[in-house]
Design a protein around this ligand. Structure first.
Ligand code: CMX
Length: 439
């Protein structure tokens, strides 16, 4: 058994036993009530799911296994000469709860390299898509096209004990994460670089190889991608991509089917597609105002036009966060360090100065602050990755780390089929009337 699998098993088995005992002894203890506003309003904040890999605090932002993003930047192993963390380290942490050593992540980089080969049939499926198919749709299709190689699906067909579900899920997880940069860069080069593909290079870490296959060799871009892949990886279980992966996975669909479900959720403009929308929105603003150096007043006018048209300001607001997203702040920190004078970055910072005041003034927006998607496009544009339609694919590659680490946990803990209860509007009104009569 490989060292990561061994450690995961050693960590997870006692939790599995403890979970069973807790369920037996405290299963009837009430943890939350549900309000009518939550039932109608997208189940906001209802505690109804286990998610081991990270936890989101409305004020503090995300913590991965208890570590905030600044702590991760400090403590996760780095590549030689880089100050940004290796995403392999975060995956190790999410799966085991331990900060890995440099040797651990070097092993994992090599393991991803060993598992990275993609079958030609899968690439042929991508090639069969016309270039007007959105890159996220192609990405999801390609993940589904890899499903026949699911170890879990094969073992399940052969007859697999429930106690062993976690083992082939771990294998699928590592295989899938290893292949995603190959698939994603294949899509990028097909759609935007005339199909001029770049073969993977031996001996690189996961994100560095991804940067190489995309066609970006500048060391600063590689650092950026390591940071990007780390900070987008997980955002607890309730967000749409995580929850969709979890929901599909709860039916014992394998990692490929489950993750494709997650990608489809990430493709919506209220979720991951917002990183594309932010850039489109800024481009339209620049075109309309006629300058790459708009004043704050000009930006404010443009924001008001967006709102007056009944549209949202992309990159702002969040269902849980009530402060600027630490993932936004981390990208701002990177930009201040590497590219402070970039025009696009300057616009993003000016938008940050203007938008919270306007959204806050509406009186209905729960969180007027920027989220992760407000900043990412500006940095990518600086380094020459200008094709906004591709941005959510980058988010998706990173998101795999979190949702698939969790899928391993869901399998080892034996989490059951998800089946919440829906009721009709008639039921809600009956409930309200009964409640009135009782008071
Ligand atoms: N611009 C304009 N209006 C906004 C807004 C924004 N950025 N954010 C919220 N609102 C509005 C909502 O549309 C809603 O209006 P109505 O009552 O008229 O329907 C009202 O404020 C209340 O919404 P909320 O409780 O503050 O926010 P929700 O939890 O319902 O939605 C989110 C959260 C992210 C969908 C919303 O803030 C939004 O649409 N933001 C823009 C899209 C975006 O950046 N999404 C990316 C999120 C991060 C990610 O998942 O990647």
């Amino acid at each position: 058994m490989d060292p990561l699998k061994e450690l995961f098993k050693a960590k997870a088995f006692p939790v599995r036993d403890e979970l069973k005992a807790v369920l037996k002894e405290h299963g009837e203890l009430k943890i939350a009530d549900v309000k009518v506003s939550q039932l109608i309003g997208g189940m906001r904040s209802i505690k109804s799911m286990l998610w081991e890999t990270s936890l989101l605090d409305p004020e503090e932002g995300i913590r991965f296994r208890g570590y905030s993003i600044p702590q991760l930047i400090e403590e996760l192993p780095k590549a030689e000469g880089d100050t940004e963390p290796l995403p392999e380290g975060l995956f190790w942490l999410m799966l085991t709860g331990d900060i890995p050593s440099k040797e651990n992540v070097t092993w994992l980089s090599a393991e991803f390299e060993r598992r990275a080969e993609v079958r030609p049939e899968v690439l042929a499926v991508i090639d069969a898509c016309t270039n007007d198919v959105h890159p996220m749709t192609m990405f999801s299709i390609a993940v589904l096209a890899m499903q026949p190689s699911s170890v879990f699906a094969q073992k399940y067909d052969e007859g697999l004990s429930k106690a062993d579900y976690w083992d082939p899920t771990y294998e699928d997880t590592l295989n899938l994460i290893a292949k995603l940069p190959v698939i994603a860069s294949y899509i990028y080069r097909k759609v935007f670089k005339n199909g001029d593909h770049i073969a993977p290079k031996k001996g690189l870490d996961w994100a560095a190889n991804f940067a190489h296959m995309l066609g970006f060799e500048a060391p600063d871009f590689t650092s950026l991608l390591r940071l990007y892949m780390t900070i987008h990886a997980d955002h607890e279980g309730g967000n749409a991509s995580a929850h969709a992966t979890h929901l599909v996975g709860s039916t014992l669909s394998d990692a490929y089917l489950s993750f494709s479900g997650g990608l489809n959720a990430l493709s919506g403009p209220l979720h991951g597609l917002a990183n594309q929308e932010v850039v489109n929105w800024i481009n339209e603003m620049v075109e309309q105002i006629g300058t790459k150096k708009p004043t704050k007043e000009q930006i404010a006018d443009y924001v008001n036009t967006t709102l007056a048209a009944g549209q949202v300001v992309p990159g702002y607001g969040h269902a849980v966060l009530r402060k600027p997203d630490p993932r936004f702040s981390e990208q701002k920190r990177f930009s201040e360090q590497y590219i402070p004078d970039d025009d696009y970055v300057q616009i993003v910072w000016k938008v940050f100065d203007v938008v919270p005041g306007i959204l806050g003034g509406l009186g209905k927006v729960a969180n007027p602050w920027p989220n992760v998607d407000a900043h990412s496009g500006a940095i990518l544009i600086h380094y020459g990755l200008t094709e906004a339609r591709f941005y959510t694919v980058l988010f998706g590659v990173s998101r795999a780390l979190g949702v698939l680490a969790q899928l391993c946990w869901s399998r080892v803990l034996g989490l059951p089929l998800e089946r919440p209860k829906s009721i009709t509007f008639e039921n809600v009104k009956d409930f309200i009337n009964n409640n009135k009569n009782q008071n």
